[in-house]
Design a binder for this molecule. Structure first.
Ligand code: NAD
Length: 561
């Protein structure tokens, strides 16, 4: 309704490329979102799962979606997928799959602009190197149940699945012993049977890749434990991989996502928790994260310091529910916005009123109170910019600061509805560093206002106008701006870009950004003088799900009645 009433405009033809795991949910989720935003859809399912996609499309057409609006294009990624993404007529790409393919797609579309001269949006949801931190205060029985479901459900073929279990040394032996016991009870076979816990992996190629990794670990001298009860004859023919536990010497031994039933374990010393958190962040991935502990300070430390889109406290780390745990990662794990999150549909539009998102959230806040503590703190530097602009008689900048202050959602945490015994929150947080590219002072200052409005810090190219603008500002604001000699160097860190200028410059910037190593970074392109910067392009979203029943019951129930 909002989208209709608001005079929003769709992007145009959107290509949806989905993976084989969750062949119905991810396929139909992408398609439904693109259609809801008013875009015609070209849907390319994974080559392993075209039949489920065909059936889904049949049902959608039967339900009344006009035929020309939704087209199914099954086929190989390298041919059909690449052909679609490379077509000039395509105005948006939604992709879920591996980080490697997402990078290819980014490079493919980097030089292309839409009719309004803006970069083609790419929403990429990719893999993870998901960790769970378990300290010695955690309840071992519960840890084991949650580890087994997180690592081995769907034979570990979930992007959210647990890959590295980090155990505090003091209780590690006990947890590992019980975990091995649980693995020995698990049943491997055809998942059609209710008694079966773990099914096959998707195909022979996947099986060979996973087994090669396991053998590599054996060759390195790592302890490898594999066990399960084999059920039925299929096990001899099918592409089954035994549930596997591998003890690593350190977190960073694992270099890439192993998409199967392989759980890695590392031990850590309590005093080294900060270092462990650094290693988890250094992987560059940031999809899911779990923590099991009874100590509130440890929960806060982990949740506040790990970069991951979906965090789970004292529970398993899989099975995100739409509307309860909006799903999506950071860094190498995805571009955002989160699937099923409140910002998702807006990314699939070419135009929307400036205040549409703020109004959307206002409606939520009428139902439950949002926590704005962080936002209020973050906005202080924007107030400093506004005061400076007022004293310099820059009335347009004053008005812009006021508008951004009103619209910014960054730093706000909201409670989402969910089952009893669970507390689910959704927070909007700043991206760390925003590269600001403009060739005049007014545009650069507008960019700075947007950056400060979300609580981020700015990166300016050393030279004009960046150098002069920075020098004129109060010290407090200078501290939020880093001048760099050459932004295109890999060592210059930024996770968003705002660009003002003409389309040839913008094309060059997009291509340059796409060449950099690391995560996919989006470029928000505007023409000179257009200061309607979309603040949502400068934020990340976090979902935290806490099992409140873990620490002896849900105290909030006592207040009912
Ligand atoms: P994949 O990257 O191999 O393939 C995904 C899709 O991309 C398929 O449809 C494939 O045909 C297509 N494709 C491949 N090469 C292409 C190219 N050159 N151009 C255009 N399209 C191309 O991934 P997969 O093996 O199908 O799925 C598993 C991966 O997906 C894992 O890494 C997993 O973590 C990730 N995943 C992420 C999420 C998430 O929400 N973050 C969800 C599910 C799966």
């Amino acid at each position: 309704n909002d989208l209709r009433n608001d005079n929003c405009r769709p992007l145009g033809p959107v290509v949806c490329i989905s993976p084989w795991n969750f062949p119905l949910a991810i396929f139909s989720g992408q398609v439904a979102a693109a259609l809801a935003a008013g875009n015609p859809v070209l849907a390319k399912p994974a080559e392993q799962t075209p039949l489920i996609a065909a059936q889904a499309v049949r049902l959608m057409l039967e339900a009344g979606i006009p035929e020309g609006v939704l087209q199914l294009l099954p086929g190989q990624g390298e041919t059909v997928g690449a052909g679609l993404v490379g077509d000039e007529r395509v105005k948006g790409v939604m992709f879920t799959g591996s980080t490697e393919v997402a990078r290819l797609l980014q490079r493919d579309i980097a030089g292309r602009l839409d009719n309004q001269g803006r970069p083609i949006p790419l929403i990429a949801e990719t893999g993870g190197q998901n960790a769970m931190i378990v300290d010695s205060s955690a309840l071992t029985e519960q840890v084991v149940i949650d580890v087994v479901s997180s690592a081995f459900d769907s034979a570990g073929q979930r992007c959210s699945a647990l890959r590295v279990l980090c155990l505090q040394e003091d209780s590690a032996d006990r947890v590992i012993e019980m975990l091995k016991g649980a693995m020995a009870e698990s049943r491997l076979g055809n998942p059609e049977r209710l008694s079966v816990d773990i099914g096959p992996v998707i195909d022979a190629e996947a099986k060979a890749g996973i087994e090669k990794h396991i053998q590599g670990m054996r060759d390195k001298g790592r302890s490898v434990y594999q066990v399960a009860i084999a059920e039925g004859e299929e096990i001899k023919r099918g592409t089954f991989v035994m549930p596997t536990l591998i003890e690593l010497e350190s977190f960073d031994e694992l270099k890439r996502e192993i998409f199967g039933p392989v759980l890695h374990v590392v031990r850590y010393n309590r005093k080294d928790l900060d270092q462990l958190i650094e290693q988890i962040n250094a992987s560059g991935y940031g999809l899911t994260l779990g923590v099991h502990t009874r100590i509130d300070e440890t929960i806060a430390k982990v949740v506040d310091n790990v970069n991951a889109g979906n965090m789970y406290v004292n529970r398993n780390i899989v099975g995100a529910v739409v509307g309860v745990q909006p799903f999506g990662g950071e860094g190498l794990s995805g571009t955002g916005p989160k699937a099923g999150g409140p910002l998702y549909l807006y990314r699939l539009l070419s135009t929307r009123p400036a205040d549409a998102i703020a109004r959307h959230f206002q409606a939520d806040d009428a139902r439950s109170k949002a926590d704005t503590t962080l936002r209020d703190q973050q906005l202080k530097t924007l107030t400093t910019l506004k005061t400076w602009a007022a004293s310099s008689q820059m009335n347009d900048l004053v008005a812009l600061c006021e508008q951004f202050a009103e619209q910014s959602q960054s730093g706000i945490t909201r409670v989402l509805p969910g089952p009893t015994g669970e507390r689910n929150t959704y927070s909007v947080l700043p991206r760390e560093h925003v590269l600001c590219l403009a060739d005049n002072e007014a545009d650069l200052l507008a960019q700075l206002a947007a950056v400060l409005a979300v609580g981020s810090s700015a990166v300016f190219q050393d030279g004009e106008p960046g150098k002069t603008v920075r020098a004129r500002l109060p010290k407090e604001l200078q501290a939020k701006i880093k001048l760099v000699a050459d932004w295109s160097k890999d060592e210059v860190a930024f996770d968003a870009v705002i660009h003002h200028g003409h389309s040839d410059q913008l094309r060059g910037v997009c291509e340059q950004v796409a060449k950099r190593a690391g995560a996919i970074v989006g470029v928000h392109g505007l023409s000179n003088g257009d200061h309607q910067i979309a603040l949502e392009r400068l934020v990340i979203e976090r979902a935290v799900s806490v099992n409140t029943a873990a620490a002896g019951g849900n105290a909030s129930l006592m207040t009912i009645g």
